[in-house]
Ligand binder design. Structure first.
Ligand SMILES: [Zn+2]
Length: 334
C-alpha cells in the first residue's frame, strides 16, 4: 500500500520533539498556541502531529506509519477525531463565529470516536470574533480529557490574553537561510531561490508560492507604478483600479517591503540587506527624492492598512487612499 503520511518539515524538529516528549510522558497540554509568521508550514506541522497522535503504529520518533486505518482516515481528510476550523469562506467579515466554536466544542464533539485523543485545529485563531473567543475560553477553562485544541496564528497579539495564558505556546521561526535554500533548491523551477526566500522574509513555503515568473513580473510592474506615482507620472486612482484584482495581503506586504527598502537606502543601509535587491536601482532613484521622516510616516499608514486587510469591507477605497497619500509624500519631498 502506498504511504499515506504527512511528512514533517526539516525545520520543525525542535517543536516536534518537544511535543513527542509530552505525548510519551502523558502530559500533552489541552491547548497549544502555534505561533509564528506565515509560510513556515504550521498547517503541515499540525497534520503530521495529528497523524502521529492518532496513528496506532507510530515509530519511536513519533512518526505515523502511514498505513493503518487511522492514518488513512486522517490523510483522506475524514478522520472523525480531527477537525479544522477556519473562517467561513462565504463570510464577508472573514471572522470565525461563536456558532462555529459552539458546534466544535459541544461536549459530544469533544469526545473521541476511536477512544484516543481528539484534535481540533483553529486557524487563523486571531480571526475569532469576540463572542467566539469568549466561548472558546470557557472550553479552555474546563477542558475535556483527551481533547487537544491547537490555535494557529501569525498575530498572537490579537488573541485575548486570557486565551493565550491558557495555552502552551509553541514558537515557529524561519529556518537558517542555508537550510531553507537547500530545501528550496530542488523545488523551485522558475526563479532564484535566494531572491524568493528574501522576498518571503525567510519563510520557505511562502518562497515556494512566489516561484512564479508571472507573479514576480507583476510585482516588478507594480513596484514601477508605485515609484512612478511619486514622480507624478501616474494617477493614483487608476493605478489602484489596475491593482484591484490582485491579492490584497500580498500586495500590501510588497508595498511594505518597497517602503522599508526606501528607508534603508535613505539611511545608508547596505544594498545586500534589501528585500527587493533586484529593484535596487529604481528604489535608489526614488529614495533620492524623498526624506526619511516622510517615509516613516507613510510606513505607519501602510501598517495600519495591513492590520485591517482581512476584515476590510472596502479594500479598494483603502488602497486608493494609500496611493493618494503616497502622492502627497511628493510635496513633502526634499
Ligand atoms: Zn498509522
Amino acid at each position: 500500500m502506498s504511504e499515506l503520511r504527512y511528512h514533517r518539515l526539516p525545520w520543525h524538529d525542535e517543536q516536534w520533539h518537544f511535543l513527542q516528549q509530552a505525548v510519551e510522558q502523558h502530559r500533552l497540554p489541552h491547548a497549544l498556541l502555534l505561533s509564528g509568521p506565515p509560510g513556515l508550514g504550521k498547517e503541515q506541522f499540525v497534520l503530521s502531529f495529528a497523524q502521529s497522535v492518532l496513528c496506532v503504529d507510530r515509530d519511536r520518533d513519533g512518526v505515523a506509519c502511514g498505513a493503518c486505518r487511522q492514518c488513512q482516515l486522517l490523510y483522506s481528510g475524514n478522520h472523525p477525531d480531527f477537525q479544522w476550523l477556519k473562517p467561513d469562506e462565504e463570510s464577508k467579515s472573514g471572522e470565525i463565529t461563536i456558532e462555529a466554536i459552539r458546534s466544535l466544542t459541544a461536549n459530544a464533539s469533544l469526545t473521541s470516536h476511536a477512544g484516543g485523543n481528539k484534535i481540533i485545529a483553529i486557524q487563523p485563531a486571531h480571526r475569532m470574533n469576540k463572542a467566539a473567543a469568549n466561548s472558546l475560553l470557557k472550553t479552555l477553562e474546563e477542558p475535556t480529557p483527551g481533547s487537544v485544541i491547537l490555535l494557529l496564528t501569525d498575530q498572537p497579539g490579537r488573541l485575548l490574553a486570557t486565551i493565550r495564558s491558557r495555552c502552551q505556546t509553541i514558537y515557529f521561526k524561519p529556518p537558517h537561510r542555508t537550510q531553507a535554500i537547500e530545501w528550496l533548491s530542488d523545488k523551485v523551477t522558475q526563479e532564484d531561490p535566494r531572491l524568493l526566500l528574501t522576498l518571503a522574509n525567510g519563510a520557505p513555503l511562502k518562497a515556494l508560492q512566489l516561484d512564479n515568473s508571472e507573479l514576480l513580473n507583476a510585482r516588478k510592474e507594480m513596484a514601477k507604478g508605485f515609484l512612478q506615482l511619486l514622480a507624478g507620472k501616474r494617477d493614483p486612482v487608476s493605478l489602484a483600479r489596475g491593482w484591484g484584482a490582485f491579492d490584497r495581503v500580498l500586495l500590501l506586504e510588497w508595498l511594505t517591503g518597497w517602503v522599508i527598502d526606501l528607508i534603508r537606502l535613505k539611511e545608508g543601509g547596505d544594498e545586500g540587506g534589501l528585500f527587493n535587491r533586484d529593484l535596487t536601482q529604481a528604489l535608489q532613484k526614488t529614495a533620492d527624492k524623498i526624506n526619511s521622516r516622510t517615509l516613516h510616516g507613510y510606513l505607519l499608514q501602510v501598517y495600519a492598512a495591513r492590520s485591517t486587510v482581512e476584515s476590510n469591507l472596502n479594500p479598494q477605497l483603502t488602497l486608493e487612499k494609500l496611493l493618494i497619500s503616497w502622492c502627497d509624500c511628493r510635496t513633502q519631498a526634499c
